[in-house]
Structure formats: C-alpha cells, structure tokens
Design a protein around this ligand. Sequence first.
Ligand code: DX5
Ligand code: ZN
Length: 216
Amino acid sequence: MKQLIAPSILSADFLNLGRDIEMVNKSEADWIHVDVMDGMFVPNISFGFPIIKQVNAIAEKPLDVHLMINDPDRYLQDFKSVGADLLTVHYEACNHLHRTLSRIRELGMKSGVSLNPHTPVSVLEDILDQTDLVLLMSVNPGFGGQKFIPQIIKKVEKLKKMIKEAGTSTLIEIDGGVNYETGKQLIDAGADVLVAGSFVFGADDPQATIKGLKDL
Ligand code: DX5
Ligand code: ZN
C-alpha cells in the first residue's frame, strides 16, 4: 500500500485557514490531521470545536483528529458531531482504553491510540483488535517544528511485527519531525501514514511537498 499523507494544520496560517484547507483539498494528501491540546496533557493549547467545525465544512478529506487531552471520554460524541472521521486518544491519558476505543467505533469513527515517545509499543498487545490506527509520536507532543527522535524507527518495526502476529489491519501513523529523510526511513520500517506540519506548511510550495512525501 502506498503511504498515506496527513498534513497537520497546527502549522497552517490561521488567518488564512480556509485557503490552506483548499490547498490540502487540491493536493495528494489523504487526510487532514487536526491537533487538539488542552494545556494539561501537553503544555500547549491549540484549538477546539468551533474551528474544527469550520474546517470540516470545507474539507474534502477525512479529518484525522489527534486528541492531546486528559480524560478524552468526556468529549468523544462532541468530536463526532464536529466532523471527526478518525479519533485518536493518548494511551497515557485514558484509564479504560478498551472502553474508550470501543465507544469511538460505536460512534461511527475509526479508533486510534497514540503513544508518547517513552511508552513502549508492548502496552498495546491486548488492545490491537480494538484499534484501527496506532499513532506513534516521534517528538514529545505539544508543539510543531521539533526534532525527530530516531529511536522511533525501532518502535515502528516492533509494532509492525505485533500487528502482523495479531492479524489485524491496524495502520501505523507517525507524528513529529517528518520530512523527506525521516519519512523515507519510516516507510522502510513499516509506517503506513505520515503526519507532517511544519515541513508542509513551511515549504515554498506546500502542495508539491505533499506530493513529494506521497512519492517517497
Ligand atoms: C505535535 C503534533 C503534531 C505536529 C507535528 O504535538 O501532534 O501533529 O503538528 O508538527 P511537525 O510535523 O512540524 O513536527
Ligand atoms: Zn498530531
């Protein structure tokens, strides 16, 4: 399968968000990555429901919503209502991950679980059958434009093996510090989806950069 590309609008120009979404619509991107931060789980606050609703109104690609918030169970229905197609919660932010992931599916979304760089992939061994997507963080979550942590490559390889053994169709998505060089290493290791924020929106030609990532 050709890798999927999910530009992260955290690095978009918020004064021209409509224009940037139109660019993604026209590009070869597969999903639109939407980062939600609560200032508690991560030391930053991004944006919430009113913005996501507006993005969804013009987006022609599925919304891949990454929740960096504590106790996400409080808001699963709300994210469905504003247009999330895939909803990813953090392993470190959930007390009852099995219940959370089942609920996301019941609400009609694809279920995702994300791991911080320090969390081993082995914690997911008994939950893969409930998980459509695993989002491995390759930076500490909270900010765009950080440096890629190379140890992630080994995690991708391990997780790929675990998924194969479990016989599920869980996708592996990587988030943080993705560019042509790290992207190529990640695909070779078994990644299915690449998130890219600053590398896309900071480029002179974002649309060509998305194509470049798609063609890696
Ligand atoms: C970081 C977010 C990322 C961020 C990635 O916490 O989850 O999605 O936008 O930004 P880059 O691609 O610039 O590292
Ligand atoms: Zn993200």
